[in-house]
Ligand binder design. Structure first.
Ligand SMILES: *[C@@H]1O[C@H](CO)[C@@H](O)[C@H](O)[C@H]1NC(C)=O
Ligand SMILES: *[C@@H]1O[C@H](CO)[C@@H](O)[C@H](O)[C@H]1NC(C)=O
Ligand SMILES: *[C@@H]1O[C@H](CO)[C@@H](O)[C@H](O)[C@H]1NC(C)=O
Length: 792
């Protein structure tokens, strides 16, 4: 060791007096061996060479003792020549020189000259100057959470530069939930004691401590950062097991009904939840859809409460790798008033007889509403002002009932509108129209348009001519309203009415059956019945008054004096008659009436015009002036009597006036009658008388003959004329009603036939009367007693 460093050494020794030296002195074959702890401070004394070598301290410097480090630039040791101490000259690091070798020897040469001696050998003792050390401060490891219990994970061991006991002796792992440590020699392993759950703890930090065996003990730690990797160990979990939602029906498409959500504790694709329907019916698929990502269930179709009031849908949540879970979605549909009530006609008595009593049920109506609750509460009504009402019956049934008397003739059919309204909000309603017709009952008799009818006919009408027509109305239906006219039986002047008139059963036209004679009767009444064809029939009757009007068909008839030709009559006019005195009077009548019978008298011709006048209307013949002696004794007047008809008819007569005071003075009464004209007339009369008498005789003979025959064979001739054989009648005669009215024109013919029989007899009687009359007149005029005797 170099000697020039004495002062430094002194300082070194003083300041480090407490340092211990451990060394073993060996002396063998001249070699010195020291053991020195590493890392001693400079100046620390390793040993005393002088003592160890048995030399004088002074001889060291004499012998130029020095330390020569073999093959080393660094001079770790020095010799204090004054004390002979071997001292640390520089820091000695065992690990630097020897690494991990268990024994570390630092070779140096201690040179002594005179004689040259060489001593060497320095053992370096280890001290625990190094801590165990891991390669990194942080160890990252990733472990899948699915790792099984007992899985092992190797951790790189820690190193300690020291050797022996000072090197790493043991490891310890800070207590944790999952891992324990397994050390086998140099192999350190983490052993999974309890399964990991990423979802609980994603990262775990473990503190691993390596301990050496030095004293004091040193340690080194490392943090093991365990990242737990996810495994798809979690199925998605719905937030609710059952989702309930209510949805109004008819909700528009795209309405969100409910959103289901499921969470998956896994991460990444393992936690990527998608939603879908589980097993659902086709209907559900048509109505709802589920959003794969969001879990929104939306409406895609028509939601109809009336079809389905609720849906139960299984919803599936699935994560990326196929773990799935299910939830139930219950969608209850709420009713919306979307169905109008429906009115059904269950039964209907159509054609209600009009005599139906009020309160009769004529129809049954059923009302239905497919909605529910209030929306299906239905009120039913019909319009006012019809004689019907609705009576609620069982449940949704209503009876349609009449409320009043029906009259087909007023209203023959009804359109009844039944309106049904539900109680929803807003309410819906619907209506149905029912057509009801009223059936006819024969409840109306025919009614004549007028209370009575009058027919005016001029006499001498043609048989069959139309007099008038009657009309009756019957408002009933068809045959109940079909009117048939007929004459009611009755008598006019002792003859049945049917011999005067007939009525057309269909038209009501009244015909005359015969020609009327005003002079026979001026008016008569018949009753016409109108009857309908119902069952039973209803009828009414009306009076038809027939007024026959006059025709100027009768000439005035002069009653006095006797008509021309029979004028044997004379009036005596006193000679002293003054002007204006009434001489005679022409008396005439006219069978006609009115103007036709308004007679006027005129003197057509007179022997002495100016002597007599006649009252125009009275027929009184008066002297116009005083009679004078010069006036002819015989005065002859021809008087015409005219009626006032159009044209007027007239008759004439002659009046013989004898101006005399005494009838005896009239010697030539016969002369008066036998003038030229009269004799001619008389001869005619005689001819007529003879022929009439002959005829009359013949007639008497016939009558006698007939009577004689009838006694033996009654009913031969006259009865046959009264009882008309039915074969004689036209075939339709059977159609005649009870009253004897014939349809159409047949009746007229029939009556004509019967009538003509009667007229035969009348004619005969006329002749008889005429003959009697003529005979009478002749007897008056001729005074032929024989003539009367003949008659007697
Ligand atoms: C009833 O309705 C029918 C057809 O809709 C119509 O012809 C008829 O005139 C109506 N009757 C009444 C009384 O309104
Ligand atoms: C006529 O009235 C009767 C009842 O009086 C009835 O039975 C019949 O049906 C009616 N005829 C018609 C055509 O209406
Ligand atoms: C005709 O009608 C009247 C009243 O209308 C009645 O009094 C009379 O009896 C009826 N006559 C016949 C024959 O029906």
């Amino acid at each position: 060791c170099p000697s020039g460093e004495g002062s430094e050494l002194r300082w070194f020794l003083q300041s480090c007096g407490f340092v211990f030296f451990f060394f073993v002195l060996q002396y063998a074959h001249g070699d010195l061996s020291y053991s020195v702890q590493e890392e001693l401070k400079r100046g620390s004394v390793i040993g005393n060479i002088a003592k160890d070598l048995g030399l004088e301290v002074g001889s060291l410097s004499v012998r130029k003792a020095r330390v020569d480090m073999e093959g080393n630039d660094r001079q770790y040791c020095g010799i204090n020549l004054r004390s002979g101490d071997l001292m640390v000259a520089e820091r000695i690091d065992r690990e630097e020189h020897c690494g991990e070798e268990p024994s570390c020897v630092l070779k140096f040469d201690l040179l002594l000259e005179n004689p040259l001696e060489l001593h060497r050998f320095l053992h370096i003792q280890d001290i625990n100057d190094n801590s165990p050390q891991f390669k990194e401060e942080l160890i990252n490891i990733e472990i899948r959470e699915s790792a099984d219990r007992g899985a092992r994970f190797v951790i790189e061991e820690a190193h300690d530069a020291d050797v022996g006991q000072n090197s790493v002796q043991q490891y310890s792992l800070k207590k944790n939930d999952n891992f324990i440590l397994a050390v086998d020699g140099n192999t350190i392993e983490l052993v999974l004691e309890k399964e990991l759950d990423r979802e609980k703890q994603q990262e775990i930090n473990l503190l691993l401590t390596a301990l050496d065996g030095g004293s004091p003990q040193r340690s080194g730690t490392v943090v093991i950062h365990v990242t737990v990797l996810d495994a798809n160990d979690n199925a998605p979990v719905f937030s609710q097991a059952v989702y309930k939602a209510s949805l109004p029906e008819n909700s528009p498409v795209d309405t969100v009904v409910v959103t289901v959500s499921a969470t998956d504790a896994d991460e990444g694709v393992n936690g990527d939840v998608t939603y879908e329907f589980g097993h659902v019916t086709e209907d559900v698929k048509k109505i709802f859809s589920i959003d794969r990502k969001v879990g929104e269930i939306r409406v895609i179709g028509a939601v109809d409460y009336e079809t389905s009031t609720s849906f139960e849908i299984r919803v599936k949540a699935k994560d990326g790798l196929g773990l799935s879970s299910y939830a139930k979605v219950i969608i209850s549909i709420t009713d919306v008033n979307d169905n109008a009530p429906v009115v059904n006609l269950k039964s209907l008595t159509n054609s209600i007889p009009e005599d139906t009593l009020p309160g009769t049920e004529v129809g049954i109506i059923n009302v239905q509403d497919r909605d529910s609750e209030n929306n299906r509460q239905v009120r039913c009504s019909i319009q006012q002002n019809v004689p019907f009402k609705l009576v609620p019956s069982i449940k949704n049934y209503y009876s349609l009932v009449t409320t009043g008397q029906l009259d087909r003739e007023l209203v023959s059919d009804y359109n009844i509108t039944i309106t049904a309204t539900d109680e929803g909000s807003p309410p819906l309603s619907s209506s149905k129209t029912v057509q009801l017709s009223v059936a006819d009952i024969n409840d109306n008799p025919p009614v004549f348009e007028e209370q009575s009818y009058s027919a005016y006919v001029t006499e001498n009408n043609k048989p069959g001519s139309t007099l008038c027509s009657v009309t009756a109305r019957d408002p009933d239906w068809r045959q109940n309203g079909t009117v048939i006219y007929s004459l009611l039986p009755g008598e006019v002047n002792g003859a049945p009415v049917s011999s005067y008139l007939s009525v057309n059963g269909d038209t009501g036209v009244i015909h005359a059956v015969r020609s009327f004679d005003y002079e026979q009767f001026r008016s008569f009444k018949v009753h016409v019945m109108a009857r309908d064809n119902g069952s039973p029939p209803l009828s009414s009757n009306v009076t038809v008054s027939v007024f026959i009007s006059d025709v100027n068909d009768n000439s005035p008839q002069i009653l006095y004096p006797a008509p021309e030709g029979n004028s044997f009559m004379t009036e005596l006019v006193p000679k002293a008659a003054h002007g204006g005195s009434l001489v005679s009077k022409v008396i005439a009548v006219d069978a006609d009436s009115g103007q036709n019978a308004w007679l006027s008298y005129h003197i057509v011709k007179s022997t002495d015009p100016g002597l007599f006048t006649i009252g125009l209307h009275s027929g009184e013949i008066r002297t116009q002036r005083d009679i004078s002696e010069s006036d002819s004794m015989k005065q002859n007047l021809i008087v015409a009597v005219k009626d006032n008809g159009q044209p007027s008819l007239s008759a004439t007569c002659s009046m013989y006036l004898l101006i005399s005071d005494n009838l005896a003075e009239v010697p030539e009464l016969k002369d008066i009658s036998y003038d030229e004209k009269n004799s001619k007339l008389t001869s005619y009369l005689i001819i007529a008388l003879v022929s009439v008498s002959t005829f009359f005789l013949t007639f008497i003979v016939i009558i006698l003959g007939v009577r004689f025959c009838r006694r033996r064979k009654p009913r031969l001739l006259f009865d046959g004329a009264v009882a008309i054989p039915s074969a004689y009648l036209p075939p339709n005669y059977a159609d005649v009603d009870g009253t004897g009215t014939l349809r159409s024109a047949y009746n007229y013919d029939a009556y004509l036939t019967t009538g003509s029989r009667t007229s035969d007899f009348k004619f005969l009687w006329c002749i008889i009367v005429f003959c009697a009359f003529v005979s009478f007149r002749m007897s008056v005029h001729f005074g032929l007693n024989q003539f009367f005797r003949f008659f007697d």
